[in-house]
Design a protein around this ligand. Structure first.
Ligand code: UD1
Length: 364
């Protein structure tokens, strides 16, 4: 029997681990353990996701909560080291690029436990993003680098990773998206939200570089305010963002914008999959909108997910109002052929491919 320890901690992790744990139940001889670091802890940010995605109850909850990067990372490391010493895993699986991903990787690497990183090789080239540091450290230490798109393979090879450690498996988030699409209807949002098919935009914002700087945040909201004159906008608000809106006194920009609490996975998919447009600084949403064929304006200066631009519906427009508005006009003019493009292997079968790779790695 081989033991795999899976690590989740923040909202974008759950939908990446869920299909993989499911696929691995079909592989004989594997014991799976789920560790929830507790980086996210609110019902809407964490607990609801675990239930909705049919993840098993975590075997261990580290309950690290919020804190500075150093504090959060250190707390995950301390808790995760105990788990590794007790469970003696043959492999640790980490996903994405949050603090929990990097912290768990550091612990496993020092205990000489092999690490598989799902969503390896992404690079924005921007070290001001905490996630970029997490990606660099995680990929440097991981033993198996499972990439979502070929740009990931190229980055890793350029950084000197031996090619035999890299496997292009596709995008596992799209597995979860495809599974839940049939139940993601606008009806399930009513009466809380009354929006009409393809006639509204969805906005999300949570990056510190956008919402922690009043001038940048205001610039984005000026464009949002203008777009809201054309079409209604729904804005589920991340806890960090809600605090900044209050602190900077930005409430006046939200005329024509419906603000909601953070939504669960299926509710959010219901909202995004029937929208006319997505405006966001999220990483995952660039990918999900591409998979859904919905135009996306990425409110950042760069992306670590260029396949969504070259093979999808994404435009990286920055945070200046004039650039966002130019992107908006271009997005509205996209043809059906533009909207139908998809990167290779974003097909809903990534978890199965990863299960095959892990089986081979563990059993030869
Ligand atoms: C983290 C990830 C980011 C990911 C995002 C998804 C890192 C460095 N960042 O950012 O990559 O895109 O998750 O949401 O790992 N808070 C709550 N309730 C919660 C969790 C957080 O109120 O359940 C508030 C707290 O004020 C906290 C702040 O949000 O200080 C930030 O949380 P944190 O986990 O540090 O980072 P995120 O901004 O959520």
């Amino acid at each position: 029997m081989k033991t795999i320890v899976h690590v989740v901690g923040a909202r974008p992790n759950y939908m990446k681990i869920a299909p993989l744990m499911d696929a691995l139940t079909k592989v004989p001889g594997i014991r799976q353990i789920l560790v929830n670091t507790g980086q996210h802890y609110d019902e809407a940010m964490s607990k609801g996701f675990l239930r909705e995605l049919s993840l098993p109850r975590p075997d261990r909850d580290l309950e690290v909560g919020s804190g500075s990067h150093a504090v959060q990372t250190a707390k995950v490391m301390m808790g995760f080291e105990e788990v590794c010493l007790a469970e003696k895993p043959d492999l640790v699986v980490v996903v994405g690029d949050v603090n929990s991903t990097m912290a768990a990787t550091l612990v496993a690497a020092k205990l000489l436990i092999p690490v598989a990183h799902v969503e390896a090789g992404l690079r924005s080239g921007d070290r001001a993003m905490p996630e970029e540091i997490n990606r660099l450290v995680t990929d440097r230490l991981a033993d198996l680098l499972l990439t979502p798109s070929s740009d990931g393979d190229e980055h890793l090879k350029a950084e000197g990773v031996p090619p035999e450690k890299i496997v292009l498996v596709g995008n596992i988030m799209i597995d979860t998206l495809m599974r839940h699409l049939p139940i993601a209807t606008l009806d399930r949002l009513r009466p809380r939200l009354d929006v009409k098919e393809r006639s509204y935009a969805v906005l999300t914002l949570h990056r510190p570089s956008n919402v922690d700087h009043a001038e940048t945040f205001k610039g984005i909201l000026e464009a949002v305010h203008e777009i809201a004159r054309d079409m209604p906008i729904v804005f589920p608000v991340h806890p960090r963002t809600r605090e900044r809106v209050r602190e900077f006194g930005l409430e006046r920009y939200f005329e024509g914008v419906t603000l909601t609490e953070p939504l669960g996975y299926v509710d959010f998919l219901s909202l995004s999959s029937h929208a006319r447009l997505v405006l966001s600084d999220s990483g995952g949403l660039q990918e999900e909108s591409t998979a859904l064929g919905i135009p996306c304006l990425t409110l950042r200066e760069n992306t670590e997910r260029p396949a969504t631009v070259t093979h999808g519906t994404n435009r990286v427009v920055g945070t200046k109002p004039a650039n966002i508005m130019a992107g908006y006009r271009a997005a509205m003019a996209m043809t059906q052929a533009d909207l139908d493009r998809r990167p290779p292997l974003w097909d809903g079968h990534t978890a199965e491919r990863i299960a095959v790779v892990l089986q081979k790695y563990l059993f030869g």
